[in-house]
Design a protein around this ligand. Structure first.
Ligand code: CU
Length: 141
């Protein structure tokens, strides 16, 4: 009786082992491709940053409400802003109280980014609709 059971147990054990290896190889493939996809999605080239604490007045003294406060781009190229602060901010064309209506990011959440392409030459002043002291410009050459 025992002589019959031992080969059966061995066959069963080997079968489970093979199934286990097969399943784990499937899982590894899925994890690898997911990791590659998430790495690709995270590469964002940021041109302008809204740094921390610019929701309080004072950043305007050193002109660091948007860094850099003047960004120069070639016509047809895009600019990406990233809000690194814990408050909402916006990237809105014109001046505080006088929006020009060319672009408006709306409220950007912390760590949200906004990309805009510039297809016309010119100097584009912009500001934050929530914080009057926050202003900067994009120059398209
Ligand atoms: Cu702001």
């Amino acid at each position: 009786m025992i002589k019959k059971i031992i080969p059966l147990v061995i066959v069963l054990g080997v079968s489970i082992l093979i199934i286990g290896i097969y399943l784990s190889s499937l899982n590894f493939e899925e994890t690898d491709s997911e990791e590659i996809n998430s790495q690709v999605e995270e590469i964002i080239i940021v041109d302008v940053v809204m740094p921390i604490k610019v929701s309080r007045p004072g950043c305007d003294i050193e002109d660091i409400c948007y860094i850099p406060s003047t960004v120069i781009v070639e016509k047809g190229k895009s600019v990406t802003w990233l809000n690194e602060d814990s408050s909402f901010h916006s990237v809105t064309s014109g001046f505080y109280g006088e929006p020009s209506g060319i672009f408006d990011s709306g409220y950007l959440d912390p760590y949200q980014y906004y990309t805009l392409s510039f297809d016309e030459y010119g100097t584009y002043d912009y500001f934050c609709t929530l914080h009057p002291w926050m202003k900067a410009q994009v120059i398209v050459k």
